[in-house]
Ligand binder design. Structure first.
Ligand SMILES: [Zn+2]
Length: 406
């Protein structure tokens, strides 16, 4: 029997688990109720399970009937500080929400563990299941790597895959991927401009930080447009800007924060130096000082071309040609799965989950309080995870050198 048929027969269980998880959204690295639900879903399966120490991760290893290498499958488990407005019968009754669909990822990965455990006799090698907290800005993947994730099966995986559902853009059930950069690197620029406060009527007796900070915001945009290749895109958006208390008081300081997205190491290195330099230079021109700090968050998510092609081929064989959409461009979101596929060749694959009666072009986006995901994708996603592991191990048995042909 095909894994997809098996997955379809699990539809009710998968839907129940997804709704249970949806009702108990937890944010960050500490997700005790979610972890408990995952451990319950995996209970009775022939898995070697370990849980995180600094975070509520679950790492599970399934050993196949025959020896072989290890393939890693990842599902993230955390929610967002968003108050749900979908009106769903199982909407979360709290000010947190699974607005990025990680409840579906967790469910599909648990489903894959069940499918693969049932077909252990066909498995030539190990599958390492990574149930990860804290994807949304907490670097859960980095923490799990630091706690020894990649050695959990006794050797490094030869490949790693993650699925991410999207509530718009693609119709339900369409898988999308690309080789090379798939998602941006994210960084934060924090700036404090220090001047000297005074009376608004006598600016010559003060050092006004506000015009200098405004000039920095526009100078940064101009600098980016003149300094970077348009084919190596960079985005800088100032999302916060704070200064002052009253119209007639010149404040001592002005502060702003920007998110900065990039795709190449060279662009990121240049941004690190350049953004700080622009702010310090503008401050100096005004006789002020600026404390500018550039923090790196997640690296670029770079899909290995051969692994992305392998995933595309698997989608087409398992689900049909029309279910695969090659991505022309990367997306500007960012992911800490980038850390895993920096260490191990792998691919991040998107799964369209637009509700059947919604328009993919206008449906509410991931992270929106209205974001809703089509549960019909659950068996398909679970089957794809399982097929990727099963087929990738079979490919490794045929060509033990490791890599799949691009
Ligand atoms: Zn997400």
């Amino acid at each position: 029997m095909k894994l997809l048929d098996d997955a379809t027969s699990l539809t009710d269980d998968l839907t129940r688990l997804r709704r249970d998880l949806h009702r108990i959204p937890e944010v960050g690295l500490d997700l005790p109720r979610t972890q408990e639900a995952v451990l319950a879903a995996l209970d009775g399966l022939p898995l070697e399970i370990t849980t995180g120490t600094g975070l509520t991760s679950v790492t599970a290893v399934l050993r196949g009937a025959r020896p072989g290498p290890t393939v890693l499958l990842r599902g993230d488990m955390d929610a967002l500080p968003v108050t749900e407005r979908t009106g769903l019968s199982f909407a979360a009754p709290v000010d947190r929400m699974h607005a990025c669909g990680h409840d579906l990822h967790t469910t599909m990965l648990a489903g894959a563990a069940r499918l693969l455990a049932a077909h252990r006799d066909r498995l030539a090698g190990n599958v390492l299941f990574m149930f990860q907290p804290g994807e949304e800005g907490f670097d859960g993947a980095g923490h799990m790597l630091a706690e020894g994730l990649l050695d959990a099966a006794g050797e490094r995986p030869v490949a790693a895959y993650a699925l991410h559902v999207i509530s718009h853009t693609w119709k339900s059930g369409v898988f999308a991927a690309r080789g090379g950069p798939a998602m941006a690197a994210s960084n934060v620029l924090e700036v404090t401009v220090r001047g000297a406060g005074g009376h608004g009527s006598t600016p010559h007796r003060a050092k006004d930080p506000i015009p200098a900070a405004c000039e920095m915001v526009t100078a940064l945009q101009t600098w980016i447009s003149r300094s970077f290749d348009v084919f190596d895109p960079v985005i800088l958006t100032v999302g916060t800007f704070h200064a002052g208390t009253q119209s007639n008081i010149i404040p001592d300081t002005a502060t702003f924060r920007a998110t900065v997205r990039s795709f190449s190491d060279a662009a990121r290195a240049r941004l690190r130096e350049g953004t700080v330099g622009v702010c310090e230079g503008v401050a100096a021109a005004h006789g002020l000082t600026a404390e500018a700090t550039f923090f790196e968050q997640y690296p670029v998510t770079v899909n290995d071309p051969a692994e992305a092609a392998f995933a595309a081929g698997t989608v087409q064989e398992v689900h049909g040609e029309e279910r695969y959409a090659p991505m022309e461009n990367p997306i500007l979101g960012s992911e800490d799965f980038s850390r895993v596929i920096d260490a191990v060749p792998g691919a991040m694959i998107f799964l369209g989950a637009t509700l059947p009666d919604a328009d993919p072009d206008t449906a509410p986006a991931n992270h929106s309080p209205l974001a809703a995901f089509d549960e019909a994708v659950l068996p398909d996603g679970a089957a794809l995870y399982a097929e990727l592991a099963m087929r990738r191990l079979a490919a490794a048995a045929e060509s033990p050198a490791g890599a799949v042909a691009p």
